[in-house]
Write a protein that binds this ligand. Structure first.
Ligand SMILES: [Zn+2]
Length: 358
C-alpha cells in the first residue's frame, strides 16, 4: 500500500514536470510579429510647409519618404505645451535609464512614431497628439513630454521584445547550436567581422536592408552593416567577469545576443565615437540620422524591435525564443550593482528603463 502510494506520488510529480516542460516549450509559442509602429502610409520626416522633423546629420537623401498631409502648426494642443516641448527637447534634465541625461531628442523619433506623427517635437500637432496619447493611457493630457509620459511608453517598448517578456519571468532564453546559424556575407558585416544569426533573422535583415536601400536612406557603405550578432553565452560570461560591467543597462549576464536573434547594426556615429558608444552625443547623432528614423517606422514590418537605449540594437521576433534556464542559475560574476556615491543628491534610478537589457 505504502509502495503504491509512493508510486502514485512519483507518477504525479513526473506528470507535472512533463506538463510544465510542455507549457514552457510551447510558450511563448509563435511570437506574433508586432504591428508596424505606424501604419500605411509610412510617414515622412519632411513635409511641405512643415518644420523639418529633426535635422539629420546624414547627407540629404532624394525625397526618401512619401509626403504625408499633416498640418503641424495646428491641433488642439494644451496652451503652451508646444513651447515647453521646444525648450525641454534639448534642456530637460532627467534619468530615464537610471543615469542623468539632458533633453529627449534621442528618443524623439520613437516618441513621434508612438503618438503617430511625423511633425517635429516643437509643433502644436505633436503636443496635441501627445495629449491625446496621454489621455488614452489615463494620464493627465498635458501635451508636455516628461518622465510621466515617457515611462509608460518605455514599458510598452520593452514589452514589445519577446526577450524581455521572458526575462521578466526570471528566465534567460537558450542559445542555438552553432550548426544552426547562418553567416552574414562580408559586405553585411561591419569591419569584416564574422557575424552569425539564426537563418530567419538574417533573411529578414536582408529584406529590410533591400527596402531601406530602395528608400534611399543607406548613404554610406557601413550603414546597416552588422557589428554584433550571435554571441556565445560562455564568452559573454567570461567578458562580464573580466570587465565587471554586466549590471544591466549596457551589458547583462543574460544578453539577448545569446539568442541568435539580436543584431547590433551600424546606424551612424558622432565624430570620435564608435557605432556602439552609448555616449549621448553619439546616440543623438543616430537619432538624427535618416536611416534610424526610417528604421523606427519600418523595421517592425520585418519583425524587428529595438532596445530604446541603444539605437543600434535590434531583435528579430519572427520565431520563438528557445527554452531557457533561470537567470539565477547563471554565473552572476560581473553583475554586482554599482553603489551610488553616498553624497549623490539626485536619485540614480528613475523610471522603468533600468530593467533591461542589451
Ligand atoms: Zn546589442
Amino acid at each position: 500500500m505504502k509502495l503504491l502510494r509512493r508510486l502514485a506520488w512519483t507518477l504525479g510529480i513526473v506528470a507535472l514536470t512533463v506538463a510544465a516542460f510542455t507549457i514552457w516549450v510551447i510558450w511563448p509559442g509563435k511570437a506574433p510579429v508586432p504591428p508596424p509602429l505606424v501604419t500605411d502610409p509610412p510617414p515622412p520626416w519632411e513635409q511641405q510647409g512643415a518644420t523639418q522633423y529633426i535635422p539629420s546629420v546624414d547627407p540629404p537623401a532624394a525625397a526618401p519618404f512619401t509626403a504625408r498631409n499633416e498640418a503641424c502648426d495646428t491641433g488642439a494642443a494644451p496652451p503652451g505645451a508646444a513651447a515647453v516641448n521646444a525648450a525641454s527637447l534639448t534642456t530637460m534634465v532627467w534619468s530615464p535609464f537610471g543615469r542623468p541625461e539632458v533633453g529627449w531628442e534621442i528618443y524623439a523619433p520613437r516618441i513621434a512614431a508612438e503618438i503617430d506623427t511625423a511633425c517635429a517635437p516643437d509643433t502644436r500637432r505633436f503636443a496635441a497628439l501627445l495629449a491625446k496619447w496621454q489621455q488614452s493611457r489615463g494620464l493627465k493630457p498635458t501635451g508636455v513630454m516628461d518622465l510621466s509620459a515617457f515611462q509608460p511608453m518605455l514599458t510598452g517598448w520593452h514589452l514589445q521584445r519577446p526577450f524581455v517578456r521572458v526575462n521578466n519571468t526570471g528566465i534567460c532564453p537558450g542559445a542555438p547550436l552553432l550548426s544552426g546559424l547562418n553567416t552574414a556575407k562580408p559586405n553585411e558585416s561591419y569591419g569584416g567581422k564574422t557575424i552569425q544569426l539564426r537563418p530567419g533573422a538574417l533573411e529578414a535583415y536582408r529584406r529590410m536592408v533591400a527596402e531601406a536601400r530602395a528608400a534611399g536612406v543607406i548613404q554610406r557603405p557601413e550603414t546597416l552593416t552588422i557589428f554584433s550578432g550571435f554571441r556565445e553565452p560562455a564568452a559573454d560570461a567570461a567578458r562580464c567577469e573580466r570587465d565587471n560591467n554586466c549590471q544591466g543597462l549596457v551589458r547583462t549576464i543574460c544578453s539577448a545576443h545569446r539568442t541568435g536573434l539580436a543584431l547590433d547594426i551600424y546606424i551612424a556615429t558622432a565624430p570620435g565615437f564608435g557605432p556602439d558608444s552609448s555616449a549621448d552625443d553619439n546616440r543623438r547623432a543616430m537619432a538624427r540620422s535618416a536611416v534610424f528614423r526610417w528604421m523606427v517606422v519600418n523595421a517592425g514590418r520585418f519583425g524587428f524591435v529595438n532596445y530604446a537605449y541603444e539605437p543600434w540594437h535590434w531583435e528579430w521576433t519572427g520565431e520563438p525564443l528557445l527554452p531557457g534556464v533561470p537567470i539565477k542559475s547563471l554565473s552572476q560574476a560581473g553583475s554586482a550593482p554599482v553603489e551610488p556615491a553616498p553624497s549623490s543628491i539626485a536619485p540614480l534610478r528613475q523610471g522603468t528603463g533600468s530593467a533591461v537589457v542589451r
